[in-house]
Design a protein around this ligand. Structure first.
Ligand code: NAD
Length: 269
């Protein structure tokens, strides 16, 4: 059994992760961490998640449960995640990171740990999204340089703090890589006013923030006479949480390195 601790256990993903670990026959709930000084420290994490008392109390520091867990699952914020990554490297723990919205500098800091800890880092842990990334690679290779315009549209709930979503950026990177382009050169993240017609190779992004949308992504390949749209719609956070628990079980047996969900699902082979 993989002993899993969850950082940000009172958050939207944290609460869903409690249920996902419980439903998994290969993982046990070993701890939950809330923000330092939070009034929720000491609360039962089952009660925080709305599934009833489970006898595991939330703590406000990782040190308090250092001997209790094997793998940390972290869906919080970039600076919090980087500090937890350092903790895991120092204490021989493994980590699954779902946090999005990292800057280039924060991504470089994360990457510097690849030789010091076994981590799975993925902006989207859903099995369906990771399969979609494979489909996008195939579509981009077949269509992309034959006059198809590529646009990526994503929608999320009104509370999301980063844009475009980490998943939309990942989809853009997969498409760009397949076509020998880069998002730095060809990504267009804003169009406003007299911005002129689109260029052939640009990859455009559009963002919707509204209500309680869990997460929807469409990649459009459009040319004269036809349009192909590859869409993924998440209807519950459970899809991300189940993927994260699967990643936790998988990474428990891995050597130090930086892995993604394609590795966990063996889609890279
Ligand atoms: P949220 O705001 O509901 O939860 C974040 C939680 O982290 C909060 O409860 C907050 O109190 C806690 N937190 C902040 N600092 C902390 C600290 N120092 N120690 C312990 N806990 C701390 O947000 P959310 O909707 O759950 O999303 C969290 C992150 O996960 C975002 O970056 C989001 O984009 C990402 N996300 C990723 C996936 C994926 O599949 N990879 C899916 C959904 C969300």
């Amino acid at each position: 059994m993989t002993r899993v601790a969850i950082v940000g256990v009172a958050g939207r993903m944290g609460r869903t992760l409690v249920s996902a670990v419980e439903q998994d026959t290969g993982a046990t709930l070993a701890g939950g961490i809330v923000e330092p000084g939070s009034s929720l420290a000491g609360a039962d994490i089952g009660e925080l998640a709305g599934v009833g008392k489970r006898g595991v109390k939330a703590v406000d520091s990782l040190s308090a449960i250092v001997d209790d867990f094997d793998v940390l699952i972290d869906f919080t914020a970039p600076q919090v995640t980087l500090a937890n990554l350092a903790f895991c490297a120092e204490h021989g723990k493994r980590i699954v990171i779902g946090t999005t919205g990292m800057s280039d500098d924060e991504l470089a800091q994360l990457d510097a740990y690849r030789g010091k800890v076994a981590m799975v880092f993925a902006p989207n842990m859903s099995v369906g999204v990771n399969l979609t990334l494979k489909l996008l690679e195939t579509a981009a290779k077949a269509l992309g340089d034959e006059g198809y315009d590529i646009e990526i549209i994503e929608s999320h709930h009104r509370h999301k703090v980063d844009a475009p979503s980490g998943t939309a950026i990942k989809m853009g990177e997969v498409v760009a890589d397949s076509l020998g382009r880069t998002l730095k050169e060809h990504g267009v993240f804003e169009r406003v006013g007299q911005c002129g017609p689109r260029t052939d190779k640009e990859i455009g992004f559009a963002t919707v923030r509204a209500g309680d949308i869990v997460g929807e992504h469409t990649v459009m390949f459009a040319t004269e006479g036809e349009r192909i749209e590859i869409t993924h719609k998440a209807s519950s956070r459970m899809t991300f949480a189940k993927g994260a628990v699967r990643a936790a079980r998988w990474v428990a047996d891995q050597e130090n390195g930086r892995y993604d969900m394609q590795d966990v699902l063996a889609l890279n082979e």
